[in-house]
Design a binder for this molecule. Sequence first.
Ligand code: ADP
Length: 486
Amino acid sequence: MSALKVCIVSSEAAPFAKTGGLADVAAALARHLGKKGHDVRLVMPLYQRVQQGKWKLEPVPGLQDVPITLGSKRTWFSVSTTELPDSKTRVWFVRCPELYDREGIYTQDQDEHLRFVLLNRAAIELCQWSKWAPDVFHVNDWHASLIPLYLRTVYGWDRMFQSTKTVLTLHNIGYQGIVGADKLHDLGFEHFANLLHQEHLREGKIGFLETGLLYATAVTTVSATYAEEIQTPELGMGLEGLLRARRDALVGIVNGVDYDVWDPRHDELIPARYSPKDLKGKRACRAALLAKYGLAAGPDAPVFGIVSRLTAQKGFELAAEALPVVLHRQDVRLVVLGSGEERYQNFFTSLQRSFPDKVAYATGYDEALSHSIEAGADLFLMPSRYEPCGLNQMYSLRYGTVPIVRRTGGLADTVQEWNGRTGAGTGFLFDEFKGEALLDAIARALGVWRDEQAWNRLVQNGMAQDFSWEKQVRQYEALYERLLGR
Ligand code: ADP
Protein backbone atom coordinates (compact mmCIF):
# COMPACT_ATOMS: atom_id res chain seq x y z
CA MET A 1 0.00 0.00 0.00
CA SER A 2 1.44 3.39 -0.93
CA ALA A 3 1.85 6.05 1.73
CA LEU A 4 -1.05 8.42 2.13
CA LYS A 5 -1.14 12.02 3.25
CA VAL A 6 -3.69 12.22 6.06
CA CYS A 7 -4.66 15.38 7.90
CA ILE A 8 -6.44 14.53 11.16
CA VAL A 9 -8.29 17.44 12.72
CA SER A 10 -9.51 17.19 16.31
CA SER A 11 -10.39 19.48 19.19
CA GLU A 12 -8.57 17.14 21.60
CA ALA A 13 -5.56 14.85 21.49
CA ALA A 14 -3.83 13.04 24.34
CA PRO A 15 -1.58 13.87 26.08
CA PHE A 16 -1.93 17.54 25.17
CA ALA A 17 -5.60 18.22 25.90
CA LYS A 18 -8.16 15.63 26.92
CA THR A 19 -11.66 15.50 28.29
CA GLY A 20 -12.58 12.02 27.08
CA GLY A 21 -12.13 9.19 24.61
CA LEU A 22 -11.84 11.49 21.56
CA ALA A 23 -8.40 12.61 22.75
CA ASP A 24 -7.13 9.04 23.06
CA VAL A 25 -8.53 8.01 19.72
CA ALA A 26 -7.31 11.01 17.69
CA ALA A 27 -3.79 10.62 19.05
CA ALA A 28 -3.68 6.84 18.66
CA LEU A 29 -4.95 6.98 15.09
CA ALA A 30 -2.34 9.61 14.19
CA ARG A 31 0.42 7.62 15.88
CA HIS A 32 -0.46 4.29 14.32
CA LEU A 33 -1.04 5.63 10.81
CA GLY A 34 2.37 7.29 11.15
CA LYS A 35 3.92 4.01 12.26
CA LYS A 36 2.61 2.39 9.11
CA GLY A 37 4.52 4.89 7.03
CA HIS A 38 1.79 7.37 6.18
CA ASP A 39 2.48 11.09 6.15
CA VAL A 40 0.19 12.30 8.94
CA ARG A 41 -0.52 15.69 10.42
CA LEU A 42 -2.64 16.07 13.51
CA VAL A 43 -4.12 19.57 13.76
CA MET A 44 -5.58 20.97 16.99
CA PRO A 45 -5.89 24.30 18.82
CA LEU A 46 -3.06 25.60 20.96
CA TYR A 47 -5.06 25.89 24.17
CA GLN A 48 -3.68 27.69 27.17
CA ARG A 49 -2.98 24.37 28.89
CA VAL A 50 -0.85 23.23 25.92
CA GLN A 51 1.00 26.54 25.87
CA GLN A 52 1.73 26.14 29.59
CA GLY A 53 2.73 22.47 29.25
CA LYS A 54 6.21 21.01 28.97
CA TRP A 55 6.06 20.65 25.17
CA LYS A 56 8.81 21.86 22.90
CA LEU A 57 6.83 23.86 20.39
CA GLU A 58 8.54 24.97 17.20
CA PRO A 59 7.03 27.82 15.18
CA VAL A 60 6.52 26.85 11.53
CA PRO A 61 8.24 29.38 9.24
CA GLY A 62 5.82 30.98 6.79
CA LEU A 63 2.90 30.18 9.07
CA GLN A 64 3.26 33.01 11.55
CA ASP A 65 0.70 35.79 12.01
CA VAL A 66 -1.43 34.66 9.10
CA PRO A 67 -4.35 37.10 8.82
CA ILE A 68 -7.83 35.59 8.69
CA THR A 69 -11.30 37.10 8.72
CA LEU A 70 -14.03 35.26 10.61
CA GLY A 71 -17.28 37.06 9.86
CA SER A 72 -16.61 40.65 10.82
CA LYS A 73 -13.72 39.72 13.07
CA ARG A 74 -10.17 40.14 11.78
CA THR A 75 -7.61 38.08 13.60
CA TRP A 76 -4.32 36.24 13.11
CA PHE A 77 -3.15 32.72 13.66
CA SER A 78 0.26 31.09 13.80
CA VAL A 79 1.25 27.44 13.67
CA SER A 80 3.69 25.59 15.91
CA THR A 81 4.54 21.92 15.78
CA THR A 82 5.87 19.24 18.05
CA GLU A 83 6.25 15.50 17.84
CA LEU A 84 3.41 13.33 19.09
CA PRO A 85 5.04 11.32 21.93
CA ASP A 86 6.19 7.81 20.89
CA SER A 87 5.95 8.58 17.20
CA LYS A 88 7.37 10.51 14.32
CA THR A 89 3.98 12.05 13.61
CA ARG A 90 3.84 15.80 14.08
CA VAL A 91 1.10 17.72 15.79
CA TRP A 92 0.29 21.09 14.26
CA PHE A 93 -1.05 23.52 16.81
CA VAL A 94 -3.11 26.49 15.71
CA ARG A 95 -2.15 29.42 17.88
CA CYS A 96 -4.57 32.30 18.33
CA PRO A 97 -4.33 33.66 21.88
CA GLU A 98 -7.42 35.78 21.42
CA LEU A 99 -9.54 32.65 20.94
CA TYR A 100 -7.66 29.82 22.63
CA ASP A 101 -5.95 31.37 25.65
CA ARG A 102 -8.73 30.36 28.03
CA GLU A 103 -8.90 28.10 31.00
CA GLY A 104 -10.95 25.28 29.54
CA ILE A 105 -10.76 23.31 26.31
CA TYR A 106 -14.43 24.11 25.75
CA THR A 107 -16.19 27.23 26.98
CA GLN A 108 -19.68 28.66 27.19
CA ASP A 109 -18.41 31.92 25.70
CA GLN A 110 -20.29 33.86 23.03
CA ASP A 111 -17.59 33.20 20.46
CA GLU A 112 -17.24 29.44 21.05
CA HIS A 113 -18.28 28.78 17.44
CA LEU A 114 -15.48 31.05 16.17
CA ARG A 115 -12.89 29.05 18.08
CA PHE A 116 -13.77 26.01 16.00
CA VAL A 117 -14.44 27.87 12.76
CA LEU A 118 -10.82 28.93 13.07
CA LEU A 119 -9.68 25.35 13.68
CA ASN A 120 -11.43 24.21 10.48
CA ARG A 121 -10.15 27.05 8.36
CA ALA A 122 -6.62 27.08 9.75
CA ALA A 123 -6.32 23.32 9.10
CA ILE A 124 -7.10 23.94 5.44
CA GLU A 125 -4.94 27.06 5.18
CA LEU A 126 -1.89 25.47 6.77
CA CYS A 127 -2.06 22.79 4.08
CA GLN A 128 -2.26 25.52 1.44
CA TRP A 129 0.64 27.49 2.86
CA SER A 130 2.89 24.45 3.05
CA LYS A 131 1.72 23.15 -0.36
CA TRP A 132 0.79 19.83 1.21
CA ALA A 133 -2.31 18.37 -0.43
CA PRO A 134 -3.81 15.71 1.84
CA ASP A 135 -5.32 12.62 0.27
CA VAL A 136 -7.72 12.58 3.20
CA PHE A 137 -8.94 15.12 5.72
CA HIS A 138 -10.03 12.99 8.65
CA VAL A 139 -12.20 15.25 10.79
CA ASN A 140 -13.55 14.41 14.23
CA ASP A 141 -16.86 15.37 15.85
CA TRP A 142 -18.62 18.70 15.40
CA HIS A 143 -15.54 20.82 16.10
CA ALA A 144 -13.94 19.93 12.78
CA SER A 145 -16.91 19.04 10.66
CA LEU A 146 -17.19 22.19 8.54
CA ILE A 147 -14.10 21.18 6.56
CA PRO A 148 -15.95 19.09 3.95
CA LEU A 149 -18.19 22.05 3.03
CA TYR A 150 -15.37 24.61 3.23
CA LEU A 151 -13.43 22.56 0.67
CA ARG A 152 -16.36 22.87 -1.73
CA THR A 153 -17.14 26.52 -1.10
CA VAL A 154 -14.79 29.01 0.56
CA TYR A 155 -11.73 27.03 -0.63
CA GLY A 156 -13.40 25.51 -3.68
CA TRP A 157 -11.16 27.60 -5.96
CA ASP A 158 -8.02 25.77 -4.85
CA ARG A 159 -7.32 22.92 -7.26
CA MET A 160 -4.85 21.55 -4.74
CA PHE A 161 -7.75 19.84 -2.95
CA GLN A 162 -9.34 18.53 -6.13
CA SER A 163 -8.85 14.87 -5.24
CA THR A 164 -8.89 15.23 -1.46
CA LYS A 165 -11.50 13.04 0.26
CA THR A 166 -13.04 13.72 3.65
CA VAL A 167 -13.86 11.28 6.45
CA LEU A 168 -15.99 12.44 9.38
CA THR A 169 -15.79 10.31 12.52
CA LEU A 170 -18.65 10.56 14.98
CA HIS A 171 -17.38 9.91 18.49
CA ASN A 172 -20.60 11.05 20.14
CA ILE A 173 -23.57 12.60 18.37
CA GLY A 174 -24.86 13.97 21.66
CA TYR A 175 -22.74 17.04 20.88
CA GLN A 176 -23.67 18.65 17.55
CA GLY A 177 -22.35 22.22 17.59
CA ILE A 178 -25.68 23.92 16.91
CA VAL A 179 -25.56 27.69 16.46
CA GLY A 180 -28.15 30.31 15.52
CA ALA A 181 -28.68 31.08 11.84
CA ASP A 182 -27.44 34.61 12.59
CA LYS A 183 -23.94 33.06 12.66
CA LEU A 184 -24.03 32.37 8.91
CA HIS A 185 -21.62 35.22 8.23
CA ASP A 186 -19.22 34.15 11.02
CA LEU A 187 -19.07 30.70 9.47
CA GLY A 188 -18.30 32.21 6.06
CA PHE A 189 -21.34 30.60 4.43
CA GLU A 190 -23.32 33.75 3.61
CA HIS A 191 -23.09 33.01 -0.12
CA PHE A 192 -23.65 29.29 0.35
CA ALA A 193 -26.72 29.19 2.58
CA ASN A 194 -28.47 27.03 -0.04
CA LEU A 195 -25.99 24.23 0.77
CA LEU A 196 -26.87 24.04 4.46
CA HIS A 197 -29.65 21.91 5.94
CA GLN A 198 -32.59 23.97 4.65
CA GLU A 199 -35.24 22.94 7.12
CA HIS A 200 -33.02 23.70 10.10
CA LEU A 201 -31.91 26.97 8.57
CA ARG A 202 -35.57 27.96 8.28
CA GLU A 203 -35.96 27.05 11.96
CA GLY A 204 -33.07 29.44 12.67
CA LYS A 205 -30.31 26.85 13.32
CA ILE A 206 -27.07 25.68 11.73
CA GLY A 207 -25.45 22.47 12.95
CA PHE A 208 -21.73 21.97 12.50
CA LEU A 209 -22.11 18.21 12.74
CA GLU A 210 -25.04 17.90 10.35
CA THR A 211 -23.17 20.03 7.82
CA GLY A 212 -20.30 17.55 8.03
CA LEU A 213 -22.74 14.68 7.63
CA LEU A 214 -24.10 16.24 4.46
CA TYR A 215 -20.74 16.71 2.75
CA ALA A 216 -18.13 14.27 4.10
CA THR A 217 -17.13 11.66 1.52
CA ALA A 218 -17.50 9.00 4.19
CA VAL A 219 -18.77 8.92 7.74
CA THR A 220 -17.50 6.56 10.39
CA THR A 221 -18.49 5.96 13.94
CA VAL A 222 -16.71 4.11 16.66
CA SER A 223 -18.58 0.81 16.72
CA ALA A 224 -20.78 -1.18 14.36
CA THR A 225 -23.70 -1.27 16.79
CA TYR A 226 -23.61 2.51 17.34
CA ALA A 227 -23.60 2.94 13.54
CA GLU A 228 -26.95 1.12 13.46
CA GLU A 229 -28.37 2.71 16.60
CA ILE A 230 -27.85 6.31 15.44
CA GLN A 231 -30.11 5.64 12.48
CA THR A 232 -33.04 5.20 14.89
CA PRO A 233 -35.12 7.88 16.63
CA GLU A 234 -34.12 6.48 20.06
CA LEU A 235 -30.43 7.27 19.65
CA GLY A 236 -30.22 9.39 16.51
CA MET A 237 -30.56 12.65 18.47
CA GLY A 238 -32.49 14.19 15.59
CA LEU A 239 -29.87 13.20 13.00
CA GLU A 240 -31.37 9.77 12.27
CA GLY A 241 -32.99 10.86 8.99
CA LEU A 242 -29.76 12.31 7.69
CA LEU A 243 -27.80 9.28 8.84
CA ARG A 244 -30.24 6.92 7.15
CA ALA A 245 -29.94 8.93 3.95
CA ARG A 246 -26.17 8.48 4.13
CA ARG A 247 -26.15 4.90 5.32
CA ASP A 248 -24.14 3.72 2.31
CA ALA A 249 -21.34 6.09 3.33
CA LEU A 250 -21.50 5.12 7.03
CA VAL A 251 -19.31 2.47 8.66
CA GLY A 252 -18.61 1.48 12.25
CA ILE A 253 -14.99 0.87 13.25
CA VAL A 254 -14.42 0.00 16.88
CA ASN A 255 -11.75 2.07 18.63
CA GLY A 256 -8.49 0.43 19.49
CA VAL A 257 -6.77 0.41 22.85
CA ASP A 258 -3.34 1.85 23.36
CA TYR A 259 -1.76 -1.14 25.08
CA ASP A 260 1.49 0.81 25.51
CA VAL A 261 -0.42 2.79 28.11
CA TRP A 262 -3.07 0.32 29.22
CA ASP A 263 -1.53 -3.05 30.02
CA PRO A 264 -0.92 -4.39 33.54
CA ARG A 265 2.28 -6.10 32.33
CA HIS A 266 4.10 -2.77 32.13
CA ASP A 267 1.77 -0.13 33.61
CA GLU A 268 3.90 2.11 35.84
CA LEU A 269 0.85 3.86 37.31
CA ILE A 270 -0.29 0.78 39.26
CA PRO A 271 1.31 -0.55 42.46
CA ALA A 272 2.29 -3.94 40.97
CA ARG A 273 2.55 -5.44 37.50
CA TYR A 274 0.87 -8.69 36.47
CA SER A 275 0.01 -10.90 33.53
CA PRO A 276 -2.61 -13.56 32.78
CA LYS A 277 -0.12 -16.24 33.83
CA ASP A 278 0.52 -14.69 37.22
CA LEU A 279 -2.17 -12.65 38.90
CA LYS A 280 -0.35 -12.05 42.20
CA GLY A 281 0.20 -8.45 41.16
CA LYS A 282 -3.53 -7.99 40.66
CA ARG A 283 -4.16 -9.09 44.22
CA ALA A 284 -1.56 -6.56 45.37
CA CYS A 285 -3.25 -3.81 43.34
CA ARG A 286 -6.57 -4.74 44.89
CA ALA A 287 -5.18 -4.63 48.41
CA ALA A 288 -3.48 -1.28 47.73
CA LEU A 289 -6.68 0.23 46.31
CA LEU A 290 -8.72 -0.84 49.34
CA ALA A 291 -6.01 0.30 51.76
CA LYS A 292 -5.86 3.72 50.10
CA TYR A 293 -9.49 4.28 51.08
CA GLY A 294 -9.41 2.39 54.37
CA LEU A 295 -11.80 -0.26 53.08
CA ALA A 296 -11.26 -3.70 54.57
CA ALA A 297 -12.04 -6.73 52.47
CA GLY A 298 -11.16 -10.36 52.45
CA PRO A 299 -10.75 -12.32 49.24
CA ASP A 300 -14.46 -13.20 49.22
CA ALA A 301 -15.84 -9.68 48.91
CA PRO A 302 -15.61 -8.55 45.28
CA VAL A 303 -14.57 -4.99 44.48
CA PHE A 304 -16.62 -3.03 41.95
CA GLY A 305 -15.00 -0.16 40.07
CA ILE A 306 -16.37 2.84 38.16
CA VAL A 307 -14.36 5.47 36.24
CA SER A 308 -16.52 7.85 34.28
CA ARG A 309 -17.70 11.27 33.35
CA LEU A 310 -20.88 11.65 35.39
CA THR A 311 -23.40 12.57 32.72
CA ALA A 312 -26.85 11.29 31.80
CA GLN A 313 -25.26 9.29 28.94
CA LYS A 314 -23.52 7.00 31.40
CA GLY A 315 -26.71 5.59 32.95
CA PHE A 316 -26.06 6.26 36.62
CA GLU A 317 -29.81 6.45 37.30
CA LEU A 318 -29.63 2.67 37.14
CA ALA A 319 -26.70 2.60 39.52
CA ALA A 320 -28.75 4.75 41.90
CA GLU A 321 -31.50 2.11 41.84
CA ALA A 322 -29.32 -0.97 41.97
CA LEU A 323 -26.25 -0.17 44.05
CA PRO A 324 -27.91 0.56 47.41
CA VAL A 325 -29.70 -2.79 47.15
CA VAL A 326 -26.50 -4.68 46.37
CA LEU A 327 -24.57 -2.87 49.10
CA HIS A 328 -27.28 -3.68 51.67
CA ARG A 329 -27.50 -7.34 50.81
CA GLN A 330 -24.01 -8.34 49.82
CA ASP A 331 -20.50 -8.17 51.15
CA VAL A 332 -19.03 -6.10 48.31
CA ARG A 333 -16.85 -2.99 47.94
CA LEU A 334 -17.17 -0.14 45.47
CA VAL A 335 -14.55 2.40 44.35
CA VAL A 336 -15.75 5.24 42.12
CA LEU A 337 -13.80 7.93 40.28
CA GLY A 338 -15.82 10.50 38.41
CA SER A 339 -16.99 14.04 38.22
CA GLY A 340 -19.65 15.82 36.27
CA GLU A 341 -23.29 16.59 36.96
CA GLU A 342 -24.08 17.50 40.52
CA ARG A 343 -26.98 15.05 40.90
CA TYR A 344 -24.67 12.08 40.25
CA GLN A 345 -21.89 13.48 42.39
CA ASN A 346 -24.41 13.90 45.20
CA PHE A 347 -25.58 10.34 44.73
CA PHE A 348 -22.09 8.87 45.09
CA THR A 349 -21.28 11.17 48.00
CA SER A 350 -24.37 10.02 49.86
CA LEU A 351 -23.71 6.38 48.96
CA GLN A 352 -20.29 6.70 50.54
CA ARG A 353 -21.87 8.27 53.62
CA SER A 354 -24.43 5.44 53.91
CA PHE A 355 -21.84 2.68 53.45
CA PRO A 356 -18.58 4.12 54.76
CA ASP A 357 -17.00 0.66 55.13
CA LYS A 358 -17.91 -0.41 51.65
CA VAL A 359 -17.78 2.61 49.33
CA ALA A 360 -15.07 5.09 48.35
CA TYR A 361 -15.81 7.99 46.03
CA ALA A 362 -13.14 10.24 44.48
CA THR A 363 -13.94 13.28 42.36
CA GLY A 364 -11.74 15.18 39.93
CA TYR A 365 -9.71 13.89 37.03
CA ASP A 366 -6.98 11.48 38.08
CA GLU A 367 -5.13 9.47 35.46
CA ALA A 368 -3.16 7.37 37.98
CA LEU A 369 -6.23 6.51 40.02
CA SER A 370 -8.12 5.49 36.88
CA HIS A 371 -5.38 2.92 36.21
CA SER A 372 -5.37 1.78 39.85
CA ILE A 373 -9.12 1.18 39.78
CA GLU A 374 -8.88 -0.80 36.53
CA ALA A 375 -6.19 -2.96 38.14
CA GLY A 376 -7.56 -3.20 41.68
CA ALA A 377 -11.24 -3.90 40.98
CA ASP A 378 -12.73 -7.32 40.26
CA LEU A 379 -15.75 -6.00 38.37
CA PHE A 380 -16.29 -2.82 36.36
CA LEU A 381 -19.68 -1.15 35.94
CA MET A 382 -20.84 0.65 32.77
CA PRO A 383 -24.65 0.85 32.70
CA SER A 384 -24.62 3.40 29.85
CA ARG A 385 -27.79 4.74 28.28
CA TYR A 386 -25.78 4.93 25.07
CA GLU A 387 -22.08 4.36 24.42
CA PRO A 388 -20.57 5.06 20.98
CA CYS A 389 -17.61 2.82 21.78
CA GLY A 390 -16.43 3.11 25.37
CA LEU A 391 -12.84 2.50 26.31
CA ASN A 392 -13.01 1.51 29.94
CA GLN A 393 -14.65 -1.84 29.29
CA MET A 394 -11.77 -2.72 26.95
CA TYR A 395 -9.22 -1.54 29.53
CA SER A 396 -11.05 -3.65 32.15
CA LEU A 397 -10.79 -6.77 30.02
CA ARG A 398 -7.03 -6.34 29.71
CA TYR A 399 -6.71 -5.80 33.47
CA GLY A 400 -8.65 -8.95 34.33
CA THR A 401 -11.55 -6.88 35.66
CA VAL A 402 -14.86 -8.29 34.53
CA PRO A 403 -17.16 -5.72 32.89
CA ILE A 404 -20.87 -5.49 33.62
CA VAL A 405 -22.32 -3.38 30.82
CA ARG A 406 -25.55 -2.43 29.13
CA ARG A 407 -25.87 -3.98 25.67
CA THR A 408 -25.54 -0.76 23.68
CA GLY A 409 -23.11 0.65 21.10
CA GLY A 410 -19.50 -0.38 21.51
CA LEU A 411 -20.25 -2.16 24.78
CA ALA A 412 -22.36 -4.68 22.85
CA ASP A 413 -19.53 -5.15 20.33
CA THR A 414 -16.68 -5.67 22.77
CA VAL A 415 -18.12 -7.67 25.69
CA GLN A 416 -19.60 -11.16 25.30
CA GLU A 417 -21.95 -12.65 27.87
CA TRP A 418 -20.37 -15.37 30.01
CA ASN A 419 -21.67 -18.84 29.25
CA GLY A 420 -21.14 -21.22 32.14
CA ARG A 421 -21.82 -24.24 29.96
CA THR A 422 -19.23 -23.55 27.28
CA GLY A 423 -16.81 -21.46 29.35
CA ALA A 424 -16.91 -18.75 26.68
CA GLY A 425 -17.59 -15.05 27.23
CA THR A 426 -15.92 -12.09 28.86
CA GLY A 427 -18.50 -10.27 30.98
CA PHE A 428 -22.16 -9.66 31.79
CA LEU A 429 -24.66 -7.68 29.72
CA PHE A 430 -28.20 -6.44 30.23
CA ASP A 431 -30.64 -4.94 27.76
CA GLU A 432 -33.44 -2.98 29.36
CA PHE A 433 -32.59 0.44 30.74
CA LYS A 434 -33.88 -0.51 34.17
CA GLY A 435 -32.34 -0.86 37.61
CA GLU A 436 -33.74 -4.41 37.87
CA ALA A 437 -31.93 -5.44 34.70
CA LEU A 438 -28.64 -4.14 36.09
CA LEU A 439 -29.36 -5.91 39.40
CA ASP A 440 -29.93 -9.13 37.55
CA ALA A 441 -26.61 -8.81 35.69
CA ILE A 442 -24.82 -8.10 38.97
CA ALA A 443 -26.47 -11.18 40.53
CA ARG A 444 -25.26 -13.34 37.63
CA ALA A 445 -21.76 -11.95 38.03
CA LEU A 446 -21.72 -12.60 41.78
CA GLY A 447 -22.91 -16.17 41.12
CA VAL A 448 -19.86 -16.81 38.96
CA TRP A 449 -17.59 -14.95 41.42
CA ARG A 450 -18.32 -17.64 44.01
CA ASP A 451 -17.10 -20.36 41.62
CA GLU A 452 -13.35 -19.82 41.60
CA GLN A 453 -12.62 -22.01 38.62
CA ALA A 454 -15.28 -20.40 36.44
CA TRP A 455 -14.19 -16.93 37.54
CA ASN A 456 -10.59 -17.61 36.55
CA ARG A 457 -11.68 -18.79 33.15
CA LEU A 458 -13.79 -15.64 32.71
CA VAL A 459 -10.86 -13.42 33.69
CA GLN A 460 -8.50 -15.25 31.35
CA ASN A 461 -10.96 -14.93 28.47
CA GLY A 462 -11.07 -11.16 28.97
CA MET A 463 -7.33 -10.73 29.27
CA ALA A 464 -6.83 -12.60 26.00
CA GLN A 465 -8.93 -10.11 24.00
CA ASP A 466 -7.03 -7.98 21.50
CA PHE A 467 -8.37 -4.55 20.61
CA SER A 468 -5.01 -3.19 19.58
CA TRP A 469 -4.74 -0.18 17.29
CA GLU A 470 -2.42 -2.14 15.02
CA LYS A 471 -5.49 -4.14 14.08
CA GLN A 472 -8.06 -1.35 14.02
CA VAL A 473 -5.96 1.06 11.99
CA ARG A 474 -6.04 -1.34 9.04
CA GLN A 475 -9.74 -0.72 8.73
CA TYR A 476 -9.18 3.03 8.40
CA GLU A 477 -6.45 2.40 5.81
CA ALA A 478 -8.82 0.18 3.85
CA LEU A 479 -11.49 2.88 3.98
CA TYR A 480 -9.10 5.60 2.75
CA GLU A 481 -7.91 3.35 -0.08
CA ARG A 482 -11.47 2.62 -1.10
CA LEU A 483 -12.40 6.31 -1.15
CA LEU A 484 -9.34 7.11 -3.20
CA GLY A 485 -10.14 4.30 -5.64
CA ARG A 486 -6.78 2.65 -5.10
P1 ADP B 1 -16.21 9.13 27.05
O1 ADP B 1 -15.32 9.51 25.92
O2 ADP B 1 -17.68 9.14 26.72
O3 ADP B 1 -15.94 9.92 28.31
P2 ADP B 1 -14.78 6.60 27.02
O4 ADP B 1 -14.98 5.34 27.82
O5 ADP B 1 -14.70 6.47 25.55
O6 ADP B 1 -15.94 7.61 27.45
O7 ADP B 1 -13.44 7.31 27.49
C1 ADP B 1 -13.29 7.85 28.76
C2 ADP B 1 -11.83 8.09 29.03
O8 ADP B 1 -11.70 9.10 30.03
C3 ADP B 1 -11.13 6.87 29.58
O9 ADP B 1 -9.76 6.92 29.20
C4 ADP B 1 -11.28 7.07 31.11
O10 ADP B 1 -10.33 6.37 31.85
C5 ADP B 1 -11.10 8.55 31.21
N1 ADP B 1 -11.75 9.16 32.38
C6 ADP B 1 -13.06 9.46 32.57
N2 ADP B 1 -13.24 10.09 33.74
C7 ADP B 1 -12.04 10.17 34.34
C8 ADP B 1 -11.55 10.72 35.58
N3 ADP B 1 -12.37 11.29 36.44
N4 ADP B 1 -10.22 10.64 35.83
C9 ADP B 1 -9.38 10.04 34.96
N5 ADP B 1 -9.78 9.52 33.78
C10 ADP B 1 -11.07 9.58 33.47
